[in-house]
Structures are given as C-alpha cells and as structure tokens.
Write a new protein. Structure first.
Length: 186
C-alpha cells in the first residue's frame, strides 16, 4: 500500500470544509442531540476527532523535528505501509467495525459549543496540513511513533497521517447517521 501526502492534504482540507458546511448550521440542540444515551451526538463525533488528532499531532511533530535535525538528503521514494499498519487502518479507519473508543479519546461532556468545536477541528486540519507540508522529503514510513493510548502500539508517521484522514471519514459517516435518524430534531 502506497501512502500519498497529497491525498492527506486534500482530505484534511475537505474535512474542514465538510464539517463547517454540514454541521455549521445546526442548532445547539441538533449539534448535541443523541439517538440514545449510549450513542454520540454530531458534536461528540467531531470533538472525538479533535481529541484524537490533538493527542497524536504533537507526537508526529516531535518525530519529524528529530528527523529534520539529522539533515538527511530528501527522499523521493514512495511511502509504504507494512502488513500490521494496513490491517490496523482497515480496523480503525473508514469502513472498519465499530469499536468503543478508549476513555482518553472520548468527549468528556454532552453539551458542546458548536462554533468552538468546529473552530478547533478546522484549526487541527490546518496544523496537520502544515506538518505534512513541512515533512516533505522525509521517510515518514520509517519514523515510528507510539500511540497516546498505549506505548505498545507504534505506527509510522505516514500511517498516523493516513489513519487521521480515514478516521475522520469514519466519524463523519457516524455523525451523518445521527442527522438521518428519524427522531432527529427539526
């Protein structure tokens, strides 16, 4: 599996636009409405994405900074994912089976401020995009970073960027199912 930084940039840009266009006009009641107490609201889906990205990006930035300080010549080799990373992407990304989020990644409240959450999410997309641009020429598939959840899960920086894009699509689909629920408030 080849990994494409240009696709990550496109995905992050589209994610920021999608969230604002799709959820920006919801009322507070709609943004925070849950189909049942065990399901997440649209707001909680977006907040979850912000939480996960905010915990991962500093780790990626640190790994990229360390690689930059080594002053290696830029590489034009394609970025690749290994077997475990491809499997993990299938499980955690778009189209994967629903798995309960670890507490570290769960929104800590039900009543969320729509504008604040969307602003933070859009800012995250800009920060991720800037980091991808900055890392151009680095062997991101060779730089390993531990998960914020457990140090035993180590993925390449390239896979974290790929996973972030796919994970966002997964939770946008979840949020959109909330909007399509027959009892969703008008």
């Amino acid at each position: 599996m080849k990994l494409d930084p240009e696709k990550w940039l496109e995905s992050y840009h589209e994610a920021g636009l999608y969230a604002r266009e799709k959820y920006g006009s919801l009322t507070d009641e709609q943004f925070n409405w849950k189909p049942n107490p065990k399901k997440w609201s649209v707001g909680q889906c977006v907040e979850h994405l912000h939480i996960t990205g905010s915990l991962v990006l500093p780790r990626l930035e640190n790994a990229i900074h360390k690689a930059e300080s080594k002053n290696k010549p830029p590489s034009s080799k394609p970025l690749k994912a290994g077997f475990f990373e491809r499997w993990f992407l299938r499980m955690s990304g778009e189209g994967g089976k629903p798995v309960p989020a670890p507490p570290l990644y769960k929104p800590d409240r039900s009543e969320l401020d729509r504008d604040e959450i969307l602003r933070k999410f859009e800012q995250l997309q800009m920060e991720a995009s800037e980091l991808v641009r900055r890392s151009s020429g680095l062997r991101l598939d060779k730089l390993k970073v531990a998960s914020p959840y457990t140090r035993f899960l180590r993925l390449s920086v390239a896979m974290w960027f790929e996973l972030m894009a796919s994970h966002q699509k997964r939770h946008f689909a979840q949020a959109d199912r909330v909007l399509d629920h027959p009892e969703f408030p008008e």
